[in-house]
Every structure is written in C-alpha cells, then in structure tokens.
Ligand binder design. Structure first.
Ligand code: XMP
Length: 513
C-alpha cells in the first residue's frame, strides 16, 4: 500500500489546494469527509492526518465535527485554521470570537526553532490568514511555537503526541514558505518518503486496469482533450487491442483536430480507433438555430446518439472508460456558506442513455489535472496534446454567435488557426488558460485596397484562469495583438476587423456563446 496522508475536509475552499501541495511533495493523499469514523480512517493506515480549514465556528450549533476517536489514533495530526480550533476544542483549550477578524497577510515569528514544522525556515515568515475566531486558552500539553501580531497562538505544538495547529493557511501562495511547512510535516513529522510518482502510478494503474478488465473489451470516447487522451494511452498500454476508442467528428472541431487525433492515436500508438464523421448530421440539426441553449442541447443529444450507434458498431463491450479526475469525485461538504460546494458541475455532460449498460473504468480518478499531464508525458504523448488548452465539448458552435453555418465555421477555423499558431510561436500559448477567436456575425464596413468591404468581426479572447470559474484577460504585448490582427484580416476571407476582449469573468464568461 502506498504511503498516504488523509485530509479531513471541513468545507474549506482550500482543501484541494492542501492535497495538491502534498502530492507535489511526492506523497499520496486522499480527501475524506470530516465525519469519517476513526475506525475507517485507521483502516486506511495514514501516515498523518490533516484537519482542513472551514467556514464554520467550532462552537456553533451546526459546526461540522470529527469523530473524537481521531485524536486517539497513533498518527501525527496537523490542524489548519478551523482544524487548529478543533484541536483546541477537543483537547481542552478554548476558542472564542476574535475582536478583530484577521484577514490577509501578516508576519509570523517563530519562537521555538526546534519545532519540526519550521525546520530550515527563517524566524520571521510572511503568512496568510483568514479567520474570525481565535484560540484564547491553549489545549492541554500544547505550547505556542509561533506568534503573529494579532495572535499569541499562531502555531501550536504538542511535541509528545506529534499534534500541530496552524492559525494561518500554509497551502496558499500568499504564504510563500507554506510549501516547506507542509513538506516538513509530511516528510519530517510523518516520515513519508517520496513514493508518489507518475512512473510508479503508471505501473500500478496498468496492473489495476488489467485486473479489473480481464479479457473483456473496453470502449472509450476520445475527444482529443487532455483527460481522454491520457486515459486512452494508459488503457492501451494496459489492455492493447481490447480497447476501442471512438472519436466523433461533430463538424465543430478546430482546424486539423481530427487529423491530429488520428495521427497520434491511430498511427503512432496504433490504438484501435473508430472514426465517426458526423459533421453533416450536426450541421443539419443546428440548421438556423440561434439560441445558445438550444444549440448546446442539439449538440449534446446528437453526440449521445452518434456515440451510442458507434458503440454498437464497435461490438459488444463490457466496459466504458472515462477520464474522470479527482476533483470530479471529491464529495463536497454540504456546509452552509461553503463556497467550494458551488464550484461543481458547471458543464457536466448529460450522461449516456440508461440502456447503455457499461461498467466504468476510471483510471485517472485519483489524479489532479497537473498529475494527468505528467502521466501523459510519462506515457509518451506529445506536448501538443498534454498541454493543450481546454476546448469546450460543443466546440466552435459556442464561438459563433447566432447561426452555425459551414461558411462561418470555415472562417472561424482559419482565424483560430492563426491565433493558435501565433500564440505558440510567441510562447504565450502555454502560459495562458485559453486563447481563441470568436466569430461575430455582424458586418461592418472596411476598406481593402481600393475596395470597400462589408465583412465579419473576429473577437480575440485570451484569458488566464485556475479552473475556468473565474478568469481575467491577459495583458499580451501589443506587437502580438498587431500580428494576429494583421494576419487574420489579410489571410482570412470574410473578416475585416479584429477586436480584443478585455472583460473578466465574472461578470463576462470565457466563451461568448
Ligand atoms: P464559461 O464560458 O462558462 O466557460 O466561462 C468556462 C470554461 O468551461 C469551458 N466550457 C465548456 N467545456 N463543455 C466543456 O467541456 C462545455 O459545454 C463548455 N462550455 C464552456 C470554457 O471553454 C471555459 O474553459
């Protein structure tokens, strides 16, 4: 069993960030509900427990509380913010509403340099706080190892039982040395090695897939995106020709997208690839529809229909593989005021019809996105696929306002290809979340040579984001904008104007639709 740290989630919006920081230390970790019974936790044989932060007050009537048995488990515990207050509450300390809410940066002074958490770190550190409650009486057997201007108990420790509490958030970037604190906890205090690598994971996952699938057949819907591509490469390594990948061309793809998938998976990896060209069907069904929601519905329904027919054509398979990731399956804690609970299921695909009875194979379901990318490289997938920017399922249809026609698709594809090419050549493509062209079906007057033109406008959208939920436009250099604009106007017939979108999300969205 691979060594692991278990995080009890009390509803903090940063719980997943803690997990990622730990994985970056090459230590596996799992997030579980705050009320997971101590016996269940013990069975997971964790090397350490972390109690996350959370929006509640430990003394509130509806506060999420852990099984008290966890404090009796023979493993080190680290409580962060709300987690520290829980430690105090359970071990005979006292927590009260602070006079002043401590929010934002502050300076932490380490008072006890023997504390393993701060080993190798300077005595004064910048840390980031977000709490209203504060510890007013130390829990039994603990001592303060660091203080801030606002708190005499910013970091506490019970050395004998290896139990620690931090009032600040070591996981966020605003605590620049936070990663070292977490590293000290997992390696020095919990004694974890560096076992969690994608090389190991690859071998382990291949074995697990083989054990699950046996001699049966597996179907996978390949979109060309990062997740389904990595899942395909991994499954192919595990079960070879028992895997059939189905790639549906919905006619809303970008330039050369279908070719690239066929090249990489069909020719290089020699994956059994079933290519379904349904572009005409999609386009016909989209007809003169202009309403964005209706467009999405038509595309979603048609996809399921085409995919369903394709799976029947592919022959009987028992398994369906999906590139589900860890953040998709972490159960968010249903606590009032928990913003993390809102960050879910924005664009989840409707799901396949019931009669398609498959068992699921989800070989990426314990990985974060950056781990999936690392695994992709490990499996030999090209950088173009592994570091590809997100591309929406309904494709270019959400980037053509109004009717989707073959002519408009052609114009947008050509413009988009220039945007991608220039972004890559200037080195900005891999530094931004998304960069793409949008076709506005309004005509305006222009002049080209001696002639007046009356053509479409292309809007250029270049945004940065962590997860697509919020975003800001990227301040790319003017010469890059100039080059893209010149090329689009000169090379793409039907366009005489390029605009740059300077809206953030919210209130705007990333796609125009
Ligand atoms: P919005 O436009 O809502 O987009 O700000 C947020 C992120 O989601 C992507 N997106 C989609 N992804 N299927 C997807 O797989 C969809 O239907 C879909 N619609 C939007 C969008 O590209 C951005 O990254």
């Amino acid at each position: 069993m691979v060594e692991q740290i278990v995080i009890l989630d009390f509803g903090s919006q940063y719980t997943q960030v803690i997990a990622r920081r730990i994985r970056e230390c090459k230590v596996y970790c799992t997030i579980v509900r705050y009320d997971t019974p101590a016996a269940e936790l013990a069975a997971m044989e964790p090397k350490g427990l972390i109690l996350s932060g959370g929006p509640s007050s430990v003394y509130a009537g509806n506060a999420p509380l852990p099984d008290p048995g966890i404090f009796g488990l023979p493993v080190p515990i680290l409580g962060i913010c709300y987690g520290l207050q829980l430690i105090a509450q359970y071990l005979d300390g006292k927590v009260e509403a602070g006079q002043k809410r401590e929010y934002g940066k502050s300076l932490l002074t380490v008072k006890d340099s023997c504390c393993e958490l701060f080993r190798g770190l300077p005595d004064v550190l910048q840390v980031w706080n977000s709490h209203g409650d504060k510890l007013t009486r130390m829990p039994r057997g603990f001592k303060a190892v660091a203080v801030t201007e606002n708190s005499d108990f910013a970091a506490i420790e019970h050395r004998g039982r290896k139990c620690f509490g931090l009032q600040f958030h070591p996981e966020v970037v605003h605590t620049p040395k936070g990663k070292e604190i977490i590293r000290n906890f997992v390696h020095r205090v919990c004694g974890c090695g560096r076992q969690w690598t994608m090389r190991r994971y690859r071998d382990q996952a291949v074995e697990q897939i083989r054990a699950q699938v046996g001699a049966e057949r597996v179907i996978l819907g390949l979109s060309g995106g990062v997740d389904s591509s990595v899942a395909a490469a991994l499954l192919h390594e595990a079960v070879g020709d028992q895997l059939t990948c189905i790639f549906v061309n919905n006619g809303l793809l970008r330039a050369r997208e279908a070719e690239i998938v066929q090249e990489v998976f069909g020719r290089n990896f020699r994956v059994k690839l079933q290519y379904e060209d349904a572009s005409e069907l999609f386009l016909k069904r989209l007809g003169r529809v202009t309403d964005p929601e209706r467009k999405r519905k038509i595309i979603g329904r048609s996809f399921i229909e085409v995919f369903d027919a394709a799976t029947r054509k592919a022959g009987q398979a028992r398994f369906l593989a999906q590139g589900t990731l860890y953040p998709d399956i972490i159960e968010s804690v249903p606590i009032a005021g928990n913003p993390a609970a809102l960050i879910k299921s924005h664009h989840n695909v409707g799901g396949l019809p019931r009669r398609m009875k498959f068992e699921l194979v989800e070989p990426l379901k314990c990985l974060f996105k950056d781990e999936v990318r690392e695994l992709g490289l490990e499996l030999g997938l090209p950088k173009e696929i592994v570091f590809r920017q997100p591309f929406p399922g309904p494709g270019l249809a959400v980037r053509i306002l109004g009717e989707v026609t073959a002519d408009r698709l052609e114009i947008l594809r050509n413009a988009d290809a220039i945007v991608v090419q220039e972004m890559k050549e200037s080195g900005w493509y891999y530094k931004t979340w998304q960069s793409f062209a949008v076709l506005l079906p309004v005509r305006s007057v222009g002049v080209m040579g001696d002639e007046r033109t009356y053509d479409y406008t292309i809007a250029l959208r270049i945004v940065d984001s962590q997860d697509g939920m919020t975003a800001d436009w990227v301040r790319v250099p003017y010469p890059l904008l100039e080059k893209i604009s010149n090329r689009v106007i000169n090379e793409v017939k039907g366009v005489n104007r390029v605009c740059f979108d300077v809206s953030s999300k919210p209130p705007a969205t990333i796609e125009w639709e």
